[in-house]
Design a binder for this molecule. Structure first.
Ligand SMILES: Nc1nc2c(ncn2[C@@H]2O[C@H](COP(=O)(O)OP(=O)(O)O)[C@@H](O)[C@H]2O)c(=O)[nH]1
Ligand SMILES: [Mg+2]
Ligand SMILES: [Zn+2]
Length: 307
């Protein structure tokens, strides 16, 4: 008999599957080859995958099929390699966790992640954590809100330690699969704990049952939410700004610039040096934030630093 579940941990040859009906955790292996069309990846089954599995006579369980992915995010194995590593699949939303002090996330870092979300068609939400540290400096928060509201992104100010807006964030995430991303130290783990007390404990138990001695933090994990849905944590991954694009296509991933581009003289305007450019005009008039435009220019230059 075949069962269905979602993969919430993938470590080498073992996959932890949460059964879709019972939420029971089943440790599965992959036997034989499961082919996925169009993807040459180093890992055939990833967190977020919906799979079919069967129990075998020896008390083990085997993954027998993968349901088509709605979307997935990849990291290329290397710049020279055509193989890619899939980080997670079937994501409803990316939550980009940022903080403005201790540590300060750079606007460029945020923009690279947003561009990736746009390219993968994953709606993004910014969670500005550590607002308790911004009491004396409201201008930092205002600036971030202004820049991203203009681009059409939602920003929720939260504090994992003081509890500000945690209920609101929990409600936003309920019933959906959300990827939690952000640079180290911004409070991703703290936020997951605040949203779902015991979430890490539950995934931790699984890691001890079958993967003794493994360094669990190097693997993506899916934390089931009691209100339905999952949080996918990809520790050790700085961001996921890892896509290839042509100069003409990049501005499609900056919504506020894309909206203006029909006003440019040239249909293939890159908004850098062309005459009569609506984007350059809007930047000069302060309608497009300078910070966003600077990120755009840096990404156009093809800075390899983040790849
Ligand atoms: N003041 C303050 N500190 C926080 C907040 N959230 C997390 N921290 C602290 O920031 C540090 C890094 O948090 P952690 O969750 O490990 O960040 P991660 O690397 O993104 O998972 C820890 O010392 C947390 O206690 C917050 O809302 N306010
Ligand atoms: Mg962490
Ligand atoms: Zn232009």
């Amino acid at each position: 008999m075949s069962h269905q579940g979602i993969v919430f941990r993938a470590t080498g040859s073992w996959y932890s599957v949460s059964d879709s009906l019972s939420a029971e955790v089943v440790e599965c292996r992959l036997r034989g080859r499961i082919r996925l069309e169009g993807v040459r990846s180093t890992n055939p089954v990833v967190v977020g995958d919906v799979v079919d599995y069967q129990r075998t006579a020896d008390g083990e369980a085997t993954i027998t099929g993968i349901h088509p992915r709605r979307n997935y995010i990849i990291r290329r194995a290397s710049n020279l390699s055509r193989e890619s590593h899939i980080l997670a699949a079937n994501i409803d939303r990316a939550v980009i966790v940022v903080s403005l002090v201790d540590p300060a996330t750079s606007y460029e870092f945020i923009d690279r992640m947003l561009v990736t979300c746009e390219a993968y068609n994953i709606p993004a939400l910014l969670a500005l954590n550590k607002v308790d540290l911004l009491e004396g400096r409201p201008e930092l928060r205002e600036e971030l809100l202004g820049v991203y509201a203009a681009a059409g992104y939602r920003v929720v100010g939260v504090s994992a330690t003081r509890g500000d807006n945690i209920n609101a964030l929990r409600e936003l995430l309920a019933g959906r699969t959300s990827l939690i991303s952000g640079n180290s130290g911004v409070g991703k783990s703290s936020l997951i704990r605040a949203i779902e007390p015991g979430a890490e404990l539950r995934t931790g138990e699984v890691s001890h049952a079958h993967h003794k001695g493994r360094h669990t933090t190097t693997f993506s994990q899916v934390h089931p939410l009691s209100g339905g849905g999952y949080l996918i944590d990809t520790p050790g991954i700085k961001g996921f700004g890892l896509i290839d694009f042509t100069p003409e296509e990049l501005c499609r991933y900056f919504p506020e610039m894309m909206r203006l581009s029909p006003g440019c003289r040239y249909y293939n305007c890159t908004h850098v040096h062309e005459p009569d450019c609506a984007v350059v005009r809007a930047v000069a008039q302060g309608e497009v934030p300078e910070r966003r435009y600077q990120s755009y220019l840096k990404m156009l230059q093809g800075d390899e630093k983040y790849r």
